[in-house]
Design a protein around this ligand. Structure first.
Ligand SMILES: *Cc1c(COP(=O)(O)O)cnc(C)c1O
Length: 420
């Protein structure tokens, strides 16, 4: 993966791909320009052995193409399209595969931006959204689809698993079965999965039946809190359509972002291994802390959790690097804790080298209806952690000193629980 798709000899022997900071590319002759455009716009089929050349950086650029080839390796996908943000990737997929009159079935909770787009923007184009919740059975979900009276209009199933911020799991295979159930010879219902929380190392949705896998590459893939980008992967046929709309929306990533992400991919596995290792130790600490009421972490699932435990075992290669927990008390106690953190930064986003903490109820999920938030357990006492690559003793010690700053009126008094 580290050297895949790049030939140093084509770039003065540079060991790393240069940043191709150029808007346009010179054709050898007019015939070549004509041929590239015919291929780019699908005006004719490629001839045997013919390769598409570089035209213009809204259509293609070496930093994007090499990055796309490398991302394909992680998900064993045929094709990849990189975008200027995760939201650009998600919205382009929704607009390409849905049309007025269609029904889209989505899991909930979803990332706030995705939820807003599906619930508030798509209806402006005559696209009807319907939602199902974590823990509902295939039968219950199909009943929701039938109740709309437009089951025959279902065109896309869109899910996010694990869900943010509760780490609730959605069954990818089960969702594909629903998509299959409503597919006809004329119309295949597709399944798209936002894999930002676990991918591309810890979960591979395409292997469980997904047609499209989506990423905010801003998170684990970028991993250094210094770039906004997104990606979509799938079959050659589907990604051709996604790239077609990308060309006209103009929301591809630029060469700089492509280059930064290639730099990031080289340490992706190493970073994510450390993050999963650290998260396990932090969860262990939180599970035993007297000021913690509940910990939302995949590693805490047991056979007693039934379906969720089975889905975890089937879909997830590790327990991930994201942990949420409820402090005993409410917003006051959660804020006292957050304000006392020293090493862990108080910021939204996730998947980066540095550990981050945030308050979903008033920050990332501020826009969610209060009743809906309550139903999803996103309340004032919840804190979400994205575990970084620091020495885990430092993370635990920072959490420990912050717990000690929570006003004493609530909870039992803590005896410092140092993990050494
Ligand atoms: C951050 C995020 C997005 C949006 O990605 P951007 O790069 O911020 O546009 C989508 N889905 C999930 C799960 C995310 O965490």
């Amino acid at each position: 993966m580290m050297s895949y798709g790049y030939k140093p000899a084509l770039s003065e022997g540079a060991i790393k791909s240069p940043i191709f900071q150029t808007s346009t590319f010179v054709f050898k002759n007019a015939e070549e320009g004509k041929a590239f455009f015919e291929m780019a716009y699908g005006l004719r089929q490629k001839e045997e052995g013919e390769v598409m050349g570089l035209i213009y950086s809204r259509i293609n650029n070496p930093d994007l193409e090499i990055l796309e080839n490398r991302l394909c390796l992680w998900d064993e996908a045929e094709e990849c399209a990189v975008f200027s943000s995760g939201m650009a990737a998600i919205t382009t997929v929704l607009l390409e595969f849905l049309k007025p009159g269609d029904l889209v079935l989505a899991s909930s909770p979803l990332y706030g931006g995705t939820d807003h787009f599906i619930e508030k923007i798509l209806p402006k184009f005559g696209i009807h959204p319907v939602f199902f919740k974590v823990g509902q059975t295939t039968k219950q979900i199909m009943d929701i689809v039938e109740a709309t009276g437009m089951a025959d209009k279902l065109a896309l199933v869109y899910i996010e698993t694990p869900a943010n911020p509760t780490n609730d799991l959605i069954d990818i295979e089960g969702s594909k079965n629903i998509a299959r159930h409503y597919s006809t010879p004329e119309k295949e219902v597709l399944l798209a999965v936002d894999n930002t929380y676990m991918g591309p190392v810890w979960q591979h949705p395409l292997k469980h039946g997904a047609d499209l896998v989506l990423y905010s590459a801003t998170k684990y893939i970028g991993g250094h809190s210094d770039v906004i980008a997104g990606a979509c992967l799938g079959s050659t046929d589907l990604i051709k359509r996604v790239k077609g709309l990308r060309t006209f929306m103009g929301n591809m990533a630029g060469p700089w972002s492509g280059w930064l992400l290639m730099r990031s991919l080289e340490t992706l596995k190493a970073r994510m291994d450390i993050q999963a290792f650290n998260a396990e130790r932090v969860a262990e600490y939180l599970n035993h802390h007297p000021k913690v009421e509940k910990v939302y972490y995949l590693g805490n699932l047991t056979a007693a959790d039934g379906e969720a435990f089975l889905i975890r075992n089937r879909q997830c290669l590790t327990n991930g690097g994201m942990i949420s927990f409820d402090v005993i008390g409410g917003e006051r106690e959660a804020f006292a804790f957050l304000n006392a953190l020293k090493l862990i930064k108080l910021a939204v986003s996730l998947g980066s080298t540095e550990s981050l903490a945030e308050h979903p109820c008033t920050m990332t999920h501020a826009d969610v209806e209060p009743a809906h938030k309550e139903a999803l357990s996103i309340t004032g006492k919840m804190i979400r952690l994205s575990i970084g690559v620091e020495n885990y003793h430092d993370i635990v010690n920072d959490l420990d000193q912050a717990f000690n700053k929570i006003p004493l009126s609530v909870g039992r008094s803590t005896t410092a629980l140092h993990v050494h």
